[in-house]
Write a protein that binds this ligand. Structure first.
Ligand SMILES: [Zn+2]
Length: 104
């Protein structure tokens, strides 16, 4: 579980809707930005709790040189999630959104 699997051959009409699940041939990461589906805050690409592992790896590479901006971005997402998911303990959401980052 967790790793995106490449879909089989698809025709041109379904290719676009499956786009979010097609790994980039060079990076093996999802091609499109994996955005959270609100208000559930599951990844719109794979359905795992956002940010999913693919998204986390992508964020780390996108913000490799700017961890401060990454922290700000995740903090904004966390603030939105806290308002969307009032029943989730704030500490759990904080760990989920911010606790996974590798130390710089
Ligand atoms: Zn995902």
């Amino acid at each position: 579980m967790g790793a995106p699997t490449a879909p089989g051959p698809v025709n041109s009409t379904t290719a676009r809707t499956l786009e979010s699940h097609v790994p980039d041939p060079e990076t093996h990461l999802c091609v499109v930005r994996l955005v959270p589906a609100r208000p559930s805050w599951q990844c719109a690409g794979c359905g795992e709790p956002w940010p999913c592992q693919v998204r986390r790896d992508r964020l780390l590479s996108e913000y490799a040189d700017d961890r401060t901006t990454l922290g700000s971005y995740l903090g904004l997402q966390l603030a939105d999630a806290l308002s969307d998911l009032p029943r989730q303990p704030a500490s759990d959401l904080h760990a989920r959104f911010l606790g996974w980052r590798r130390p710089t």
